[in-house]
Design a binder for this molecule. Structure first.
Ligand code: IPE
Ligand code: IPE
Ligand code: MG
Length: 257
């Protein structure tokens, strides 16, 4: 018991000093993809509307992006809305489409000051114009920034993304600009939303679901996967550092020995 109390005190002291549990001099994942899940359940547990959970989840985005930036992560890709999320009630979809504006209206200046580059990954066709406009402003404002690359996957679907790439290549073949035998992995990857980004090193998914839900299917061929039961609004930088610590203990073999 004494030991337990001692341990807890040590942990608390560490948290207050923001001392990470991972090796700061070790291998920091360069690109972290995040499936921010569990906002609805977080709200339900409190008898609140689902959208309150989404609003609370937005605070988590701020904290985690700051933490990632602080430890030198180069790219964060946050799954904000999937091509399947249109199946949700109209009110909820409407609210989720307002979140980028809400987030950026309070955060864009600070992100810009921190040299963060914001980008949207996904199909903008079906998005409301106010959502597209908010993302465009953020992309334009931060285009020259060379720090953390912060991607929001919005109306993103891994399968749709691959189909889009295949369609573009098929058109080039049809036009006689490309031979089928010239198509390789690198060329296909050039037609994905992530064309100029490295594949994710680490995927974090919250809320206890152990699946990919159509996120970055091509890019995650060799990504390390990390799952936690913590709901996204409850997820803290300490959880984030825990994921990185576990990542640092993994052996990435890429099929070799
Ligand atoms: C994740 O939380 C946010 C989005 C999918 C936009 P959910 O809304 O999926 O929360 P749960 O899974 O219902 O708890
Ligand atoms: C994945 O979460 C999409 C986002 C986090 C944006 P979902 O809640 O939509 O996934 P499923 O339906 O549980 O697979
Ligand atoms: Mg969910």
């Amino acid at each position: 018991m004494l030991e337990r109390i001692g341990h807890m005190l040590v942990r608390k002291a560490n948290q207050e000093e923001h001392r990470p549990v991972f090796d700061e001099a070790g291998d920091i994942p360069q690109h972290i993809a995040v499936i921010m899940d569990g906002n609805g359940r977080w709200a339900k547990k409190r008898n609140l509307a689902r959208i309150v959970g989404h609003r609370s989840g937005m605070q988590t985005v701020k904290e985690i992006v700051k933490a990632a930036d602080g430890i030198g992560v180069k790219t964060m890709t946050m799954y904000a809305f999937s091509t399947e999320n249109w199946k949700r009630p109209r009110d909820e979809v409407d609210y989720l489409m307002k979140l980028p504006q809400e987030f950026l209206s309070t955060e864009l200046e600070e992100l810009n000051e921190r040299n963060v580059r914001v980008r949207m990954l996904g199909n903008s066709d079906r998005l409301p114009s106010h959502t597209i406009e908010a993302m465009n402003i953020a992309e334009e404002r931060t285009r020259q920034n060379t720090g953390l690359q912060l991607n929001f996957a919005l109306n993103y679907g891994g399968r749709t993304e691959i189909v889009k790439a295949v369609t573009e290549l098929a058109r080039q073949v049809q036009a006689g600009e490309l031979k089928p035998e010239e198509i390789d992995e690198a060329l296909l990857a050039q037609h994905l939303y992530t064309r100029d980004l490295p594949d994710p090193d680490l995927l974090i998914r919250t809320s206890g679901e152990i699946r990919l839900s159509n996120f970055m299917l091509w890019q995650m061929a060799y990504t390390e996967l990390w799952f936690t039961d913590v709901l996204w609004p409850d997820f803290t930088k300490e959880h984030f550092f825990e994921a990185i610590a576990e990542y640092q203990g993994r052996a990435r073999r890429y099929g070799a020995v």
